[in-house]
Design a protein around this ligand. Structure first.
Ligand code: NAI
Length: 535
């Protein structure tokens, strides 16, 4: 490829970094400003332009354009500035980008598959320009962050998640495929938006929906044989079913259920180092009993049982609360994933009463209900515990169950707080509190890299337990001293490498690996990580 075509190919373009010799050889003479820059200088210029943008959404658009022009430079900038830029390409800005998707759309990225493609999904996948796809992140837009059904506007999520696979875990951008299954939307305001780019139909449901998913999964495996499929932001009713249907059949996982579970467990292991109380002593109250809440509760219950509790005792320590109140055995309509946590207790309809009754040491918000952790709820947690552990997992920031300010104020600064989206440090009473970001982005990139490194054919529960331990081990004494039970975002690459190493090790131990075991798995993982350099 030469000339202007080369400059328009985002994967090959180097812009002003093409040397004078390359410019002659590749027909670029006159097409670039004369100065030849090193990639570091290009990054400095990108940052200068970025800092001139007036809002996070303007920064998002600027970076999207950069990515369309020069992927290496986009990822180099991201990798070198994770702390600053992950909140732009991922939560919270990605939430607004999804809400605005049909209005800010400029260039295609990823695949949109609709019921019209039934019977020829494999052909659609074959038309994708990259042949070496290793990871697919797929959504049907059914539950985008805590924002609900956004239909095809949900495409921002697979794109954002895969950007983290590249930036944090060093997966080659050419190996990543974002997919939206546009099966319609039941969100009337989205459907009736004159600029909406998706199908203006009610959501497909029942057998027709299942058949579309089945054809997609089969086609993905056929066209990209060893591909890892990550199910992302499917609505609750489909997420659990699809996980159960595919987890043992193909190399797949549900990030909202399993990734969140491992991340949450890691946070509890790290918090244990502050409170001094083992996991098996904790009592947890989950506000929100959906994918995130149940995913975390399931993993925590098994982890408690491994510390010696009976399964029944472990589940009695995990209370769940949904939109109808505390999950208790006398409730008739409970699906199996909730029934497993039903308590023999009288019904309770409000969170504060549930806190008073259950006396939890850990309160987890996974409800998408902004402000649900009111001052009285947080104060009750502080009365019951010297160091109450509070997770406000809901994303984006506008959906968080409490802000960092709320939590530290109501608990007199004693909360051990972690939030799904980042919060700025809070200063009060002469102390600065740093809030750890409790986000599954500390798990899925490393998990995927570990699967690729080992050629694992399945994603197993043991991999999530190992990933949780590895993530907790990445939390240093300096993080705990600052009040953080997760590492800072700036260390996401180290975290991903550590998670990948234990995931690959588990794949070999469980005999799911298909690649020859390297003598040093950690070194191998580091060696295969993409670094965003001009090759
Ligand atoms: P979901 O739809 O599966 O579950 C939501 C749960 O909240 C349901 O059990 C529902 O009954 C409950 N709920 C809704 N309104 C309620 C109310 N007023 N009172 C009590 N309970 C109520 O959703 P999912 O996947 O569990 O996600 C929930 C939130 O967690 C979202 O905001 C999502 O962005 C966030 N999340 C954060 C992650 C992270 O890494 N920090 C990972 C996954 C999800």
């Amino acid at each position: 490829m030469t000339g202007i075509d080369l400059l328009r190919d985002a994967l090959r373009n180097r812009g002003t970094a093409f040397t004078l010799e390359e410019r002659e050889r590749l027909g670029l003479a006159g097409l670039l400003p004369p100065r030849v820059e090193a990639i570091g200088e290009q990054v400095a210029r990108v940052l200068a332009a970025l800092h001139g943008q007036p809002s996070p959404m303007a920064k998002f658009s600027y970076l999207s354009t950069l990515r369309d022009e020069n992927e290496t430079l986009f990822f180099r900038t991201l990798i070198d500035n994770l702390e600053e830029l992950v909140p732009i390409v991922y939560t919270p800005t990605i939430g607004q980008a999804c809400l605005d998707w049909s209005r800010i759309y400029q260039r295609p990225r990823g695949l949109y598959i609709t019921p019209r493609e039934r019977g020829r999904i494999a052909a659609v996948l074959r038309a994708w320009p990259q042949r070496e796809v290793k990871i697919i992140v797929v959504t049907d837009g059914g539950r985008i962050l805590g924002l609900g059904d956004l239909g095809a506007n949900g495409m921002g999520i697979p794109i954002g998640k895969l950007a983290l696979y590249v930036a944090c875990a060093g997966v080659d951008p050419a190996a990543c495929l974002p997919v939206t299954l546009d099966v319609g939307t039941d969100n009337a305001s989205v459907r009736e938006d004159p600029l909406y780019l998706g199908r203006r139909e009610a959501r497909l449901a029942g057998p027709a929906y299942d058949e579309l998913i089945e054809e997609f999964v089969v086609a993905a495996r056929e066209v990209f044989p060893a591909v890892l499929v990550q199910f992302e932001d499917f609505a609750n009713a489909n997420a659990f079913r699809l996980l159960a249907a595919y987890r043992t059949l193909v190399c797949s996982f549900n990030d909202d259920i399993q990734g969140t579970g491992a991340m949450g467990l890691a946070g509890l292991y790290a918090a244990e180092r502050i409170t001094g109380a083992p996991l098996s002593d904790q009592r947890l109250l989950f506000f929100g009993a959906g994918e995130a809440g149940i995913g975390m509760a399931e993993l925590v219950a098994v982890a408690m049982a491994r510390e010696g509790l009976s399964e029944g005792e472990a589940r009695r320590r995990c209370w769940l609360f949904d939109s109808k109140g505390l999950i208790v055995s006398r409730r008739a309509d409970l699906p199996e994933h909730k029934r497993r946590f039903a308590q023999d207790h009288a019904p309770i309809g409000d969170l504060l009463s549930a806190v008073e009754a259950g006396r939890p040491t850990v309160l987890v918000g996974a409800s998408g209900q902004a402000g649900a952790f009111t001052a009285p709820v947080l104060a009750a947690m502080a009365r019951l515990n010297e160091r109450p552990v509070i997770f406000a997992l809901s994303n984006p920031t506008s959906k968080a169950e409490c802000t960092a300010e709320d939590a530290y104020r109501a608990t007199g600064g004693r909360a051990i707080l972690a939030t799904g989206s980042p919060f700025a440090p809070v200063s009060r009473d002469g102390r600065t509190h740093f809030t750890g970001q409790a986000n599954n982005s500390f798990i899925f990139p490393g998990l995927g890299l570990g699967i690729l490194a080992s050629g694992a054919s399945r994603v197993t529960d043991e991999m999530f337990f190992a990933a949780a331990r590895a993530l907790a081990d990445q939390v240093g004494p300096e993080d705990l001293a600052a009040g953080r039970i997760f590492p800072p975002t700036s260390r996401m690459r180290d975290v991903a490498a550590a998670v990948a190493t234990v995931v690959a090790r588990t794949a070999y131990a469980e005999d799911f690996a298909t690649r020859t075991q390297p003598p040093d798995i950690a070194a191998h993982v580091r060696a295969i990580m993409y670094r965003a350099e001009y090759g």
